[in-house]
Design a protein around this ligand. Structure first.
Ligand SMILES: Cc1ncc(COP(=O)(O)O)c(C=O)c1O
Length: 377
C-alpha cells in the first residue's frame, strides 16, 4: 500500500471536507526527523525506561514555557500532566471522576467523537445549547436545576463544529457555577493556539486555581495527530486524583518516548515557529473557503467565518436534512460531516460541518464548487 490509511479516509479523487486532519504538506516530517536525531545524539539509555506519573519534568517545564508565552499568566510545570492526547485524556478523566449512571453536560452541538467516550463510561449525556457566542450559560443554569452533572465538557475556543468562542466573562461564570454545583469543567482546548488573527481569551489553564477545572490540550493540531500526545492542566487536588490511577502507578505516564522527541522542538523554539506557520496557512485556507462559499453558496446557506480552528458550520434551510445530501455529495466528488453526527440527540439536521485543514487553497475552491453541484441537484 502506497499511502497511509485512516478510518473514514476519503475516496481517491474526492475532496472530502469531513476530514479534520492536516494535509500532507502541513505535517512536520523534517522537524521530527531533526528531533529524533538530536534526541538520540544526546540520550541516556535510561531515558528509554519508564518515567514519572505526571510525565518528564523537563518536558513539563518546556510545555509550561509554551503555555505561559501564549498569554494569560504563568503555567507551572507542577500543574501539568502529559496524556496520550485529548481523546485518551477524556476517557481517563471519565474513569477517574465518574461512575456509570452519572451525568455529563456537553455542548449542543459538540465534537463528534466525544459522545462515544462518554457512553463507554455509562454516562447520561445532557446537551446545553450554544447561542452564537459559545455555551449558553443561562441555559446551563436552568439545566442545573434539573440535573447534578459530574462533568461539563466544553470546547471553549473555536468549538468543533461551530467555530464559536466563549468570552472571558462566561468562562468565569462557568467556573463559579462548577464550584457552586460541584461539577468539573473539562475544557477541550485543542484549537486554543490555532487562532487566525487575534488570540481567544486565555485558556482555562489560567483558571485552574479557582476551582474544578481541567484544561485539556493536545499536540494533534499544533504538530501531528499521529503523535497522540497531549496534556491536562489542573490544581493539586485534581492532580492527586489523576495520578493515583493504577495505570500511572504501573510505569508512569502514558507516552514517555514521544515526549522526549517533542521536547526537542519545545526547547529550541521550533514548535513555536511551526505553530505560527500553521496559523498563517489555516488563515489562508479559511479565507479561501469563505470566498468560495460566497461565490457558490450565497443564498443557499448561512455561516460565520471562523477566527481559528478547523471548521465552517453551515446552516441550510430548515426543511433540508444534510444526511440525505451525503449521497449527492459523494456523487459530485466531495463530502461533509452532517450536522446530526455532532449532536448528542441526532439534531442539527439542516446543518453541516466543513473542515478546511485537509486541502490546499485550489482544492478548497474546487471542492466547494462540487458542493454547490451536490446541493443544487
Ligand atoms: C474538539 C476536539 N477534541 C479532541 C480532538 C482529538 O484530539 P486528540 O487527537 O488529542 O485525541 C479533536 C480532533 O479533531 C477535536 O476536534
Amino acid at each position: 500500500m502506497s499511502v497511509a490509511a485512516f478510518d473514514g479516509a476519503p475516496e481517491r479523487g474526492t475532496i472530502n471536507f469531513s476530514v479534520g486532519q492536516p494535509s500532507a504538506d502541513l505535517l512536520p516530517m523534517a522537524l521530527l526527523r531533526g528531533a529524533c536525531e538530536r534526541f538520540f545524539a544526546g540520550a541516556q539509555p535510561l531515558e528509554l525506561n519508564y518515567g514519572e506519573r505526571q510525565g518528564d519534568p523537563r518536558f513539563r517545564a518546556a510545555l509550561a514555557g509554551l503555555l505561559s508565552n501564549a498569554g494569560g499568566g504563568e503555567a507551572s510545570p507542577q500543574s501539568l500532566m502529559l496524556t496520550g492526547g485529548i481523546s485518551q485524556a477524556l476517557d481517563f478523566v471519565c474513569g477517574r471522576f465518574t461512575r456509570p449512571g452519572d451525568t455529563v453536560f456537553v455542548e449542543e452541538p459538540s465534537y463528534v467523537y466525544s459522545f462515544q467516550i462518554f457512553r463507554d463510561h455509562g454516562l447520561k449525556i445532557v446537551g446545553i445549547p450554544l447561542d452564537g457566542q459559545g455555551l449558553d450559560i443561562e441555559q446551563c443554569e436552568l439545566k442545573l436545576a434539573e440535573h447534578r452533572p459530574k462533568l461539563l465538557y466544553t470546547i471553549p475556543a473555536y468549538n468543533n463544529p461551530t467555530g464559536q468562542t466563549l468570552s472571558q466573562e462566561r468562562r468565569e461564570r462557568l467556573v463559579a457555577l462548577s464550584r457552586k454545583h460541584g461539577f468539573i469543567v473539562a475544557a477541550d482546548e485543542v484549537y486554543q493556539l490555532l487562532h487566525h488573527g487575534a488570540p481567544p481569551p486565555a485558556s482555562f489553564g489560567t483558571l485552574v486555581e479557582r476551582g474544578n477545572v481541567l484544561s485539556l490540550g493536545s499536540f494533534s493540531k499544533i504538530l501531528a495527530p499521529g503523535l497522540r500526545l497531549g496534556w491536562i492542566q489542573c490544581n493539586a487536588e485534581l492532580m492527586g486524583v489523576l495520578t493515583a490511577s493504577g495505570m500511572l502507578v504501573s510505569g508512569g505516564n502514558f507516552n514517555h518516548f514521544t515526549s522526549h522527541l517533542v521536547r526537542q522542538l519545545l526547547e529550541n523554539g521550533e514548535l513555536t515557529a511551526f505553530i505560527a506557520h500553521l496559523r498563517s496557512s489555516y488563515a489562508a485556507r479559511a479565507e479561501a473557503m469563505d470566498q468560495a462559499l460566497r461565490t457558490h453558496l450565497a443564498g443557499m446557506a448561512t455561516w460565520q467565518k471562523p477566527q481559528g480552528g478547523y471548521f465552517f458550520w453551515l446552516e441550510l434551510p430548515g426543511h433540508l436534512d444534510t444526511e440525505d445530501l451525503t449521497a449527492a455529495a459523494r456523487q459530485a466528488g466531495t463530502g461533509f460531516l452532517p450536522g446530526p453526527a455532532c449532536s448528542m440527540a441526532g439534531g442539527q439536521k439542516n446543518c453541516l460541518r466543513l473542515s478546511f485543514a485537509h486541502y490546499t487553497v485550489p482544492d478548497i475552491h474546487d471542492g466547494i464548487a462540487r458542493l454547490r453541484q451536490a446541493l443544487s441537484g
